[in-house]
Design a protein around this ligand. Structure first.
Ligand code: NAD
Ligand code: DAU
Length: 339
């Protein structure tokens, strides 16, 4: 294990999105000596409200594009670390319109890597389990760090490309980088285009949940705060050049999850609609986080998924102004994409 690294000034890219903003909140709460500069383009998925209540002397927001090399270089000159969350993150959008995914996820990561190289920054890259493709429902295997990459969607292929850029920059230029590949996150501030917030905000609007295909696809759910603590563990104690998978044994089929949500709303558990499947829809993801647990002693705190789900639903109930217009826009995109 490398000697413990102590970041002082972190550039958090995508810090106004779902996971990035939860990470900023986590750092402010748990790491009192760290200053954060959020670099975020504020796409449809970024909302400055997500970090508006953070203390001004700890967190500053720079609105800009990670592909803007001059801006990234200027910010890098005053920091010691980049934690890179910014991405186009939604599979359905990537199928309808892949261009921005290549630009932000590949070109943007390249730009950040070059700045890290020029300024000798510690770089942590946030990635996804989707780079490994999918598993069959009856396969006893789970993803490990040794599994070959086999991405299915435009989104996951651009994330795979960005991971490989990081690996090459470590080997060729000796930059100080690590990668974590996480499973499906849930929690507050998730955009209402994504599965759980889409169904929850729909039910709050009197709209029935929508299940793609046969509903048997499995996702491996983790609370976003457990993702944040894992990123911190890898950033401060992970070995340079290594990949760590992040997951919390949360495998669940989409149909079981929709029924769990319906139960919280006191609705009949068959009160949902089947809709056309997503093209290339990955069947199952499952993470073996043994390396992260053994090497870095990381453990998830949110082990009761039903309780985490209830808290998340309560958050959406209490934050209708936060999601109302984002939901309308997302549903307009879905109507266009799934004509
Ligand atoms: P999100 O879509 O909620 O947020 C993305 C953020 O990045 C937004 O604030 C957006 O404005 C910003 N952004 C987009 N393009 C940008 C650009 N060119 N320059 C600067 N900022 C830009 O995404 P998320 O769900 O929070 O995912 C964050 C990261 O975590 C992504 O890298 C994603 O691949 C990865 N990830 C997500 C999950 C998940 O379940 N959501 C799981 C594993 C990994
Ligand atoms: O595994 C990590 C990945 O998880 C991240 O890399 C992605 O950024 C993140 O978006 C997520 O990808 P998914 O495609 O798994 O998430 P999504 O919320 O879009 O869908 C979850 C599952 O639910 C998937 O099997 C598709 C299905 N689905 C989705 C929606 C929006 C439905 O059945 N109905 C829906 O309305």
């Amino acid at each position: 294990m490398m000697a413990s690294f102590e970041p002082r000034h972190i550039i958090v890219t995508g810090g106004c999105g779902f996971i990035g903003s939860n990470f900023v909140r986590w750092v402010v709460r748990e790491q009192p000596d760290v200053h954060v500069t959020v670099l975020d383009k504020l796409t449809y998925a970024g909302n400055p409200q997500n970090i508006a209540d953070m203390p001004e002397d700890r967190v500053e927001l720079v609105v800009g594009d990670i592909c803007d090399a001059a801006l990234v270089d200027r910010l890098a000159a005053h920091a010691d670390t980049i934690v890179h969350f910014a991405a186009e993150s939604h599979n359905d959008n990537s199928i309808a319109c892949p261009g921005p995914f290549v630009q932000t996820n590949v070109q943007g990561t390249f730009t950040l890597l070059e700045a890290s190289r020029a300024h000798g920054l510690r770089f942590h890259h946030i990635s996804t389990d989707e780079v490994y493709g999918d598993l069959a429902l009856d396969d006893p295997a789970r993803f490990t760090e040794e599994r070959p990459y086999h991405p299915s969607s435009p989104y996951s292929s651009t994330k795979a490309a960005s991971d490989m850029l990081v690996q090459a920059w470590v080997r060729t230029y000796g930059i100080f980088a690590t990668i974590s590949n996480c499973s499906n996150n849930y929690g507050p501030y998730q955009h209402p285009e994504k599965f759980i917030p889409r169904q929850v905000t729909g039910l709050l609007r009197g709209v029935r949940p929508r299940l793609y295909g046969d509903g048997l696809n499995v996702r491996d759910w983790i609370h976003v705060d457990d993702h944040s603590s894992a990123v911190w563990a890898v950033l401060t104690r992970g070995r340079i050049g290594e990949t760590y998978l992040v997951g919390a044994n949360g495998e669940r089929s989409n149909i079981d999850l929709v029924r769990a949500i319906l139960r919280v709303f006191g609705r009949d558990e068959d009160d949902f609609d089947w809709v056309r499947d997503r093209p290339g829809h990955d069947r199952r993801y499952a993470i073996d986080a043994g390396k992260l647990r053994r090497e870095l002693g990381w453990e998830p705190r949110f082990t009761d998924f039903e309780e985490g789900l209830r808290q998340t639903i309560a958050w959406y109930r209490d934050h209708e102004p936060w999601w109302a217009s984002a939901r309308e826009d997302a549903e307009a995109r879905y109507a266009e994409q799934r004509r």
